[in-house]
Unconditional design. Structure first.
Length: 210
């Protein structure tokens, strides 16, 4: 049992509230009180009906929407009634699989963002990486910039024209290694070797086959 704005609140009880201090436009909603943390003065609410901007109805019925609300932001709070069973786990609408998916997505995004930063590299080297990263599939391998080149499904002059400029750009940037990956056959490997020879590229090169 909690006392909020002179209103006695029970866990599992339903209430309506209006907030205005935290937003230019007031928000109106009805919800079920799941718990209240005295130290932070925060309520955990299961929103049942949300009305915003002068009472525009966004829908009715359970929205499966859990919110944390600072009690200081509540302008008006009305007790609507007590729920039949506030601790019924069958009525818990938190989708753990959805939360895990969102967590994995955020972690992966952070990992992708971290991959563009070299460790113990100079500002000039990092600038070179940024320039390449905009158009080429590059990544860091410790202090080395690695660019993977995949075959385009053809051979001969078409393949050489397709990759020639890319190899030139990478070689001119000061790359430490050029990796030609998933080469399907010997003919494509010979085409890549001819590009390196014709352009007089001396950068160490790695070939790998499917």
């Amino acid at each position: 049992m909690y006392i909020l704005s002179h209103t006695i609140c029970l866990v599992g009880s339903s209430a309506s509230a209006e907030t205005s201090k935290c937003s230019t436009n007031p928000t109106y909603f009805s919800s079920k009180l799941l718990t209240f943390d005295r130290l932070s003065n925060i309520l955990v609410l299961h929103i049942l009906l949300l009305l915003i901007q002068e009472g525009i109805n966004l829908g009715s019925g359970p929205k499966r929407n859990i919110r944390l609300l600072k009690a200081n932001y509540i302008k008006e709070f009305n007790f609507l009634g007590r729920g039949e069973d506030p601790l019924d786990l069958k009525k818990c609408f938190i989708d753990l699989n959805n939360l895990k998916g969102r967590e994995d997505s955020v972690i992966r995004q952070a990992e992708l963002e971290a991959e563009i930063f070299g460790i113990d590299v100079t500002a000039e080297t990092q600038s070179i990486f940024y320039a390449l990263f905009k158009t080429l599939p590059v990544h860091w391998d410790k202090t080395t910039i690695v660019w993977h080149i995949w075959g385009c499904g053809d051979s001969g002059d078409f393949l050489k024209d397709f990759h020639r400029r890319r190899v030139q750009v990478l070689a001119d940037s000061g790359a430490d290694l050029i990796a030609f990956e998933t080469i399907p056959n010997r003919l494509q490997a010979m085409d890549y070797a001819e590009i390196l020879e014709e352009e007089n590229i001396k950068v160490p090169t790695w070939f790998s086959y499917e």
